[in-house]
Write a protein that binds this ligand. Structure first.
Ligand SMILES: Cc1cc2nc3c(=O)[nH]c(=O)nc-3n(C[C@H](O)[C@H](O)[C@H](O)COP(=O)(O)OP(=O)(O)OC[C@H]3O[C@@H](n4cnc5c(N)ncnc54)[C@H](O)[C@@H]3O)c2cc1C
Length: 393
């Protein structure tokens, strides 16, 4: 069996993996990033919406921005529209082309000195004396052992690295949002706004979205809680019904199915010689399902902590816990608020959602973040939202 040795092996070529590899390589480490698919960025499993905060992580390039949006329209079950202006809402600002965006991030990692290798799948972790010491991988050349001081599990929602290392268990149906999405063309849309539709008939314990990708193209999709899915009422069934109502004549260019972890981040995302980043660590806002920016933010922290730990010759879980505490202090509160707000909103009936929407009707709310929207709702409905206020304040 072939054997290789690096300082860091990163498993997964999504935003979490590429940014971790880039950050660690920039600090002089010998890094390899492996991706099981034959190309970085495909297949796309994403609605591709991000806030303008993305500019913090990569220089903008028109090639991977399909649309710039001014805000969001949210529709309650009875069709009441609330418009949120500004670009503070998660997933609202740009609609990306993830095929090119993910490639640009991997290319940055390669420019920083990381080796990027596609068609190479991690099949297990190498453990020795209580430490993770690398991965077993399969590529065109057969099986090999890739040894490293630190393994990064950036292998997405279906992450196996964490399970092999014994720090996470499989997700329960209620922990995931199951999504179906079409890229549609010949479609009449609001180009300057991303649109969200809530209600039990549209998407139980979830929402539907229309994110513009150009003049007459959009990502049209929806997600429902895994525990609401069953024969005849799967995400794709709800999506077909949504499209039948709103875009009966539009063409479908791509079909996408995927899942998002919406249970809040793992309590432990490190072990001796191991760090989990991005969806693998469940670093997604449970309310919106947005994970791209959290993955990149966590990845920068991971790359930095990895570099320090390797320099100090201490890759123990205890040393790597700095990663967990920095993630918690940078964005832990937002994910926790998202989780509580999600649980609260999922308990509301369509009538309750309509009433809340009516309380904001006719007002354009500018520069509102998701958190600020919740506070505005609580201010306008103090009696009805006392439960939510207790949960998030
Ligand atoms: C339908 C849908 C819509 C979404 N819409 C949005 C949105 O609009 N905005 C937003 O912010 N977020 C959105 N998300 C969430 C977002 O896509 C993720 O949070 C983000 O991609 C996480 O990045 P990541 O690098 O952690 O994981 P991923 O992007 O999933 O990357 C993981 C990579 O690891 C690779 N891999 C897995 N196992 C192995 C292995 N054993 N060996 C080697 N490689 C492996 C995979 O092939 C994959 O390339 C959406 C998700 C879905 C499913």
């Amino acid at each position: 069996m072939i054997e290789e040795r690096y300082d860091v092996v990163v498993v997964g070529g999504g935003p979490a993996g590429s940014v971790t590899a880039r950050t660690a390589a920039r600090q002089g480490l010998n890094v390899i990033l492996i991706e099981r698919n034959q190309a970085i960025g495909v297949p796309v499993r994403c609605a591709e919406g991000v806030s303008k905060g993305v500019e913090r992580f990569i220089r903008l390039d028109k090639r991977w921005i399909c649309a710039e949006v001014k805000g969001a329209n949210i529709y309650s079950p009875d069709g009441t529209k609330i418009t949120l202006g500004g670009d503070k809402m998660e997933e609202v600002g740009y609609v990306l082309d993830r095929k090119l965006f993910d490639k640009a991030l991997a290319s940055d990692a390669a420019d920083a000195g990381a080796e990027v290798r596609v068609k190479t799948e991690a099949k297990g972790v190498i453990s020795d004396s209580g430490y993770i010491k690398g991965v077993y991988a399969r590529s065109m050349n057969g099986y090999e052992r890739i040894y490293a001081d630190i393994v990064v599990g950036a292998d997405g929602v279906e992450s196996k690295i964490g399970r092999w290392a014994g720090i996470c268990s499989p997700l329960k149906p209620s922990d995931i949002c199951i999504c179906a999405e079409y890229m549609m063309c010949d479609i009449e849309i609001e180009h300057e706004y991303s649109e969200f539709f809530v209600g039990r008939e549209v998407a139980p314990k979830g929402y539907a979205w229309v994110f513009p990708k150009g003049e007459d193209c959009a990502n049209v999709g929806l997600g429902i809680s895994g525990d609401m899915s069953g024969d005849g009422h799967r995400a794709i069934d709800y999506l077909r019904a949504f499209i039948r109502d709103r875009f009966p004549t539009a063409g479908v260019l791509t079909e996408i199915y995927g899942a998002v972890p919406v249970c809040g981040p793992l309590a432990r995302s490190t072990a001796n010689g191991l760090i989990l980043v991005g969806d693998a660590a469940r670093q997604v806002n449970p309310l919106t399902g947005g994970g791209i920016l959290y993955a990149m933010q966590a990845a920068e922290i991971a790359g930095d902590v990895i570099a320090k730990a390797i320099q100090e010759g201490d890759t123990s879980a205890e040393r790597l816990r700095e990663y967990e505490s920095r993630c918690r202090s940078e964005f832990g509160k937002r994910l926790e608020t998202g989780l509580r707000a999600k649980e609260f909103f999922f308990s509301l009936s369509d009538e309750d959602l309509n009433m809340l929407a009516h309380s904001l009707e006719g007002i354009t709310l500018n520069e509102l973040s998701t958190g600020a929207l919740l506070l505005e709702l609580i201010k306008r409905n103090p009696g009805r939202l006392v439960g939510l206020a207790k949960l998030i304040l």
